[in-house]
Design a protein around this ligand. Structure first.
Ligand SMILES: Cc1cc2nc3c(=O)[nH]c(=O)nc-3n(C[C@H](O)[C@H](O)[C@H](O)COP(=O)(O)O)c2cc1C
Length: 210
């Protein structure tokens, strides 16, 4: 447990990555696993994740991310692309997957199907989009903690133009939109941000023991 908290203290939003250091495939696989194993509302995982290593694509995205150098200097760019609306087809695909993996007859999932129809599918498209983005942020949180645990640096990023990202990555036609992004790799020794003390609410401000 001590090590886990130590690793969370070690993590910081990396401003300058070491361009020369790449994440090896085993580490990357484990970090991606933490995304895959993330909890989501009803388990629907209403997002897809782009793992971008291609430098040319990242160069194209750079101006759409306020020219933040992490985009091109990091080892990989992770784009959490969430669904812009949730359709009955999404619900059915999810139910089919449960039925297959758990070896349950699809009819036995009718109660769950009704529940999804009366909640997720009842929302407006705008609310569904917000709901889907929230789920992507849970996966982002897991990515940050898992990477820290593997002594891998990250920078979660909201400083980008989602419309431009969607256009460059061809997400709109897939019913997806960029919710949030993260860069992952290894800190540059020159990154002064790594020496800054953590600024956090104190326990009294943050926690209320009831
Ligand atoms: C959702 C989210 C978006 C963020 N966007 C950016 C960003 O675009 N660029 C950046 O350099 N840092 C970004 N940050 C990093 C935060 O500024 C940083 O996490 C916060 O100041 C706390 O510092 P620490 O993570 O180093 O402990 C973002 C963090 C989060 C969680």
């Amino acid at each position: 447990m001590d090590t886990y908290i130590e690793n969370l203290n070690w993590r910081y939003a990396t401003k300058k990555f070491d361009k020369k250091k790449k994440i090896d495939s085993e580490n990357l696989e484990n970090i991606l696993k933490s995304i895959q194993l993330s909890a989501s509302s009803y388990g629907m995982q209403p997002y897809e994740v782009l793992v971008i290593e291609d430098l040319e694509v990242r160069k194209q995205l750079l101006p759409a991310a306020w020219n933040q150098s992490q985009i091109t200097d990091a080892s990989h760019l992770i784009v959490f692309a969430s669904l812009t609306s949730i359709s009955e087809a999404h619900v059915n695909a999810y139910l089919d997957n449960i039925s297959k993996i758990r070896e349950i007859h699809i009819e036995n999932l009718n109660g769950f199907k009704d529940m999804l129809a009366n909640t997720v599918l009842k929302q407006s498209a705008a609310d569904q989009k917000i709901w889907a983005e929230k789920q992507a942020y849970i996966a982002l949180g897991n990515l940050l903690s898992a990477a820290a645990n593997f002594k891998t640096d990250t920078c979660p990023m909201e400083g980008f133009d989602a419309e431009k990202f969607d256009e460059i990555l061809g997400l709109k036609e897939k019913g997806l939109s960029t919710a949030v992004i993260a860069t992952i790799g290894y800190r540059s020794e020159e990154d002064v941000a790594q020496h800054a003390k953590k600024v956090r609410k104190n326990k009294e401000q943050l926690f209320h023991l009831i």
